[in-house]
Design a protein around this ligand. Structure first.
Ligand code: TMP
Length: 209
């Protein structure tokens, strides 16, 4: 159905996803592609409202089932109103987090399974999957330090979960790269920004027309 190329950047907290999303989009634009950079949860006005609901307030504000459905609802809006139309126009879309974040974060407490998350994605977003997903990978301790410096003690409802939670998230992302090596590429995010961007760009050669 799509003529464009859909890229997602994934990883734990503080791994440099938004920096790389911008840097990669600049490189692609220099090559003449039209690129939309967006993020999840959010990306459209109504999905940003759901973001606010999800990320502010106390941990107990939402149960994990509601949390997973709110992420899926925000994604449904984002896919329908922004991502699919851009892809149909033949553009590139770079999304800072997408379905793999739900698959990594919302299954940690084991109440929901990967199959549950993918079922919500089928209902909400008709299974739209990125052509390529980059997991920016850092050891949890390094990522936590970077995220703390960025958030200055004011981390959001999910970012503020404990270190064993975030370790499990990182392990889930690594597993996706092992399970789906063609789509999901594990990227060493401990290197210089420019070096990482160059790796991402080189890993998109096969998708460039
Ligand atoms: P961000 O701060 O990277 O924009 O992401 C917001 C937080 O939401 C981050 O802690 C990861 C979390 N998240 C999920 O738990 N599930 C999801 O599906 C998405 C997109 C984000």
């Amino acid at each position: 159905m799509t003529a464009g190329v859909f890229i997602s950047l994934e990883g734990g907290e503080g791994t440099g996803k938004s920096t790389q999303s911008k840097a990669l989009s600049e490189k692609l634009e220099q090559k003449g592609y039209t690129v939309t950079v967006t993020r999840e949860p959010g990306g459209t006005a109504s999905a940003e409202v759901i973001r606010e609901l999800l990320l502010t307030g106390a941990e107990e504000k939402w149960g994990i089932r509601t949390e997973a459905m709110l992420f899926a609802a925000a994604r449904a809006e984002h896919c329908a109103k922004l991502i699919r139309p851009a892809l149909v126009r033949g553009e590139w879309v770079i999304c800072d987090r997408f379905i793999d974040s739900s698959r990594a974060y919302q299954i940690v407490n084991r109440e929901l399974t990967d199959t549950d998350i993918l079922a919500l994605h089928a209902i909400g977003s008709r299974n739209l999957m990125p052509h390529r997903t980059f997991v920016l990978d850092l050891p949890e301790a390094v990522a936590a330090k970077r995220a703390a410096a960025r958030d200055r003690g004011d981390s959001d409802r999910i970012g503020g979960r404990d270190s064993s939670y975030h370790q499990a998230v990182i392990a889930n992302f690594r597993q996706f790269a092992a399970d789906e090596p063609d789509r999901v590429r594990l990227i060493d995010a401990s290197r210089a920004v420019e070096e990482i961007t160059a790796t991402l760009l080189a890993s998109l050669n096969d998708l460039m027309s």
